[in-house]
Design a protein around this ligand. Structure first.
Ligand code: FMN
Length: 178
């Protein structure tokens, strides 16, 4: 099972390479370029045929994607900052431009191109998205320092019960509440 506490390694997005993906009209990935695959930590063949939310990061507020889909379904281009989840649970920030692909005037697919984000902008967007998630009633991101024996116990229960670290904490809290 993946460790749920290993989520804090950032991958830098290169300045001079395009990061490209395309999806069908339902958001299933139909194409990724080499750079997209490398940055997200997948092989192209592991991504093609999967929903694009395979790289959705839990820090992203729901409302951002709602806004994105509303825009592109209306034929508009959506531009915005996205924190993505790598295969190894690390992350990377991109500024994304998502729009329709047309063939003989018909919307057939969606495409996305991405560029790097400055350190200042990442900070600003992280704070904004943390606030938005909280307002939406989503997950709160917490960094904690735990004594090793407490951490080991959570890991042990996580394996014994075959659930994530978060779920172990939730189960224990529910138990002691009643
Ligand atoms: C062309 C295209 C590119 C997308 N790129 C991303 C992306 O890089 N990261 C992401 O989390 N969602 C991306 N999405 C949105 C996902 O389809 C999805 O809506 C999002 O991950 C949230 O997941 P959910 O809709 O299952 O809640 C993209 C959608 C399209 C159409």
């Amino acid at each position: 099972m993946d460790k749920t506490f290993d989520m804090f390694w950032e991958t830098e997005v290169p300045e001079n390479e395009l990061i490209i993906s395309r999806t069908d009209l339902k958001g299933i990935i139909t194409y990724v370029n080499e750079t997209f695959a490398r940055i997200s930590g997948y092989k192209p063949e592991e991504l093609i045929g999967k929903p694009h939310n395979i790289i959705r990061h839990p820090d992203m507020p729901k409302s951002i994607f709602k806004e994105l889909w509303e825009a592109i379904k209306q034929g508009k281009t959506w531009r915005g900052y996205v924190k993505n989840l790598r295969r190894d649970k690390g992350y990377y920030w991109v500024y994304a431009e998502i729009s329709g692909v047309y063939k003989d005037g018909q919307l057939v697919e969606y495409k996305s191109m991405r560029s790097p984000v400055s350190k200042e902008k990442k900070k600003e967007m992280q704070n904004l998205y943390d606030k938005m998630r909280e307002e939406e009633g989503g997950d709160v991101r917490v960094v904690m320092y735990l004594p090793k024996k407490v951490y080991d116990k959570i890991e042990e229960l996580s394996q014994e019960w075959d659930i994530s670290g978060e779920e172990v904490l939730e189960r224990l809290l529910n138990h002691f509440k009643t």
